[in-house]
Design a protein around this ligand. Structure first.
Ligand SMILES: [Zn+2]
Length: 501
């Protein structure tokens, strides 16, 4: 029995001022995907579940994952889509991991339609369905920050999203997607999917799965999944930094041959979410930038992690917005490390000067010129790195990662990690690879929203700065033009009613 498998992940931020290109995806094709892919991702969960059956032959297409960023270059999207579709023949089932929030730019070719593709996953699934016909089951695993639409549910037999944010269950989500495919193929079950979406722009920072109102919502999901008539339930708070019309928070319920139950439970879940919309709040202490810096400086804890949430590369931030750094310097904060500022020209200047030398330069503010500005600083070059590090952790095996050149520039009491490429500081090991022990600092400033699990694990106290940038957690500060209106909280009086079942 041949099963088509693949994994394609991108969270496209339409405010990010650059395109995401093919090299950003580091794609693997065909058999390579089975050898080289991350061992903890959803694709691995799909593969290992299916490989446990001797009579299943996998048809691997691709794995391609890019760091969240600007919308995807059209040619790149078309190429990646083509790699999935070209093998979509003579298979008895399909199981894919798709992040679910990929947007592609308008076609650059002359005469082609200028508008972009708001929901790339829909196009892939629509074309897959057209090619394979209605009889071949398709199941998908999704990120919790997916922006899928009602059409997605019409082209797949079943779907399931991560149940955790920070994400610690991608692998298990892949296993579930594969298990649902097997239920269809082996047990002859007729899985049906209920889908409901509410007009709610909800930053992930207000929807951590283990705490607060989102925590309560996920308990409802768990209760639904204890019902033997329900195969799976998912809540996707979506990726709110995408200015596309059909955006919001999504509830999905999969049942065994009971479409009415699936729809009514999805509607109930979405309705409960909507009723609580005003209650979603940050999972950690959160303050405007200056106040966040003051609270961190006055904290009794030996170390405070202060997240620069508006410039979070984990959701498309450029990492070159200097607002938090500017506030730290203005407050004369001491014993601080900032990870990181993307500025290739500043890296070159520091390398040309050499370790121990003083430099004056204009830092950051070159990419995100809308929400950020360059900051003139004078400091001492403390360290120059080729950027090659070994990385291991909960998501992937130990391997060498080349991050591009990195310098540490010390400006007064602040050690600034400046990178030639955009980086996301998600694990203590990344700091340590530069000789920086985060816990030796009073204040650690990762450009993140909520902390990743490995950073949270060592953080004595976590504070979130509601800072400017393309991932501003105060969505009313961003210039949305295309989202459907009314949209909560842009329209505080927005109303929503579930469709009749
Ligand atoms: Zn996510």
């Amino acid at each position: 029995m041949k099963i088509l498998v693949g994994g394609l992940g991108h969270e496209s931020n339409t405010f990010t001022p650059f395109l995401t290109q093919l090299q950003d995806f580091r794609p693997l094709f065909g058999e390579e995907t089975l050898r080289e892919s991350s061992r903890r991702g959803s694709f691995a969960g799909i593969v290992s579940t299916l490989q446990a059956h001797d009579d299943i032959e996998l048809v691997p297409t691709l794995t391609a994952h890019a760091m969240p960023g600007g919308v995807v270059e059209r040619e790149t999207f078309e190429m990646l889509k083509g790699k999935i579709l070209e093998q979509a023949h003579d298979v008895e089932g399909v199981c894919l991991y798709l992040h679910g929030a990929m947007r592609a730019e308008g076609a650059p070719a002359e005469g082609a339609p200028a508008e972009g593709v708001d929901h790339c996953e829909n196009v892939i699934l629509r074309e897959l369905r057209q090619k394979l016909g209605p009889a071949v089951p398709i199941t998908i695993a999704l990120d919790m920050h997916a922006n899928i639409t009602a059409e997605t549910a019409t082209n797949v037999n079943a779907m399931v999203a991560y149940h955790t944010a920070p994400h610690i269950d991608p692998y298990e989500t892949g296993e579930k997607a594969a298990a649902m495919l097997l239920q269809i193929l082996r047990e002859g079950r007729n899985l049906t999917t209920g889908f409901a979406k509410i007009p709610f722009l909800l930053p992930g920072e207000k929807a951590q799965s283990a705490v607060g109102t989102m925590g309560e919502m996920m308990q409802r999901v768990a209760a639904l999944e204890r019902n033997p008539e329900i195969i799976s339930a998912s809540l996707m708070n979506g990726h709110c930094w995408a200015d596309v019309p059909d955006i919001g928070v999504i509830a999905v319920v999969v049942t065994d041959n009971d479409a009415v139950l699936a729809r009514s439970e999805a509607n109930k879940l979405a309705g409960a979410f909507w009723d609580r919309r005003a209650d979603f709040d940050f999972g950690t202490e959160a303050y405007p930038v200056d106040e966040a810096v003051e609270v961190a400086m006055a904290a009794p804890e030996s170390t405070v992690f202060l997240s620069d949430s508006g410039d979070n590369p984990g959701a498309g931030g450029t990492t070159d917005v200097t607002a938090v750094l500017e506030s730290l310097l203005a407050h004369r904060a001491a014993n601080v490390v900032v990870g990181s500022i993307w500025d290739a020209a500043a890296v070159d200047t520091c390398i040309a000067a050499g370790v121990g030398r003083q430099v004056s330069l204009s830092l950051g503010g070159k990419l995100d010129t809308r929400y950020g500005k360059p900051l003139d600083v004078t400091g001492t070059v403390r360290l120059i790195s080729d950027g090659d590090t070994y990385r291991g952790g909960i998501r992937e095996a130990h391997r060498l990662i080349s991050r591009g050149k990195i310098v540490v520039l010390t400006v007064e009491g602040v050690d600034i990690i400046v990178t030639a490429r955009r980086q996301s500081y998600v694990e203590p090991a990344q700091f340590r690879s530069l000789g920086i022990d985060p816990l030796a600092y009073k204040i650690v400033v990762p450009k993140r929203g909520y902390l990743t699990a490995p950073l949270e694990a060592i953080s004595p106290r976590s504070i979130l700065a509601i800072s400017p940038g393309v991932t501003n957690c105060d969505v009313t500060q961003l210039d949305y033009r295309r989202v459907n209106r009314p949209m909560y909280p842009l329209d505080p009086d927005a109303t929503w009613e579930p469709e009749e079942v």
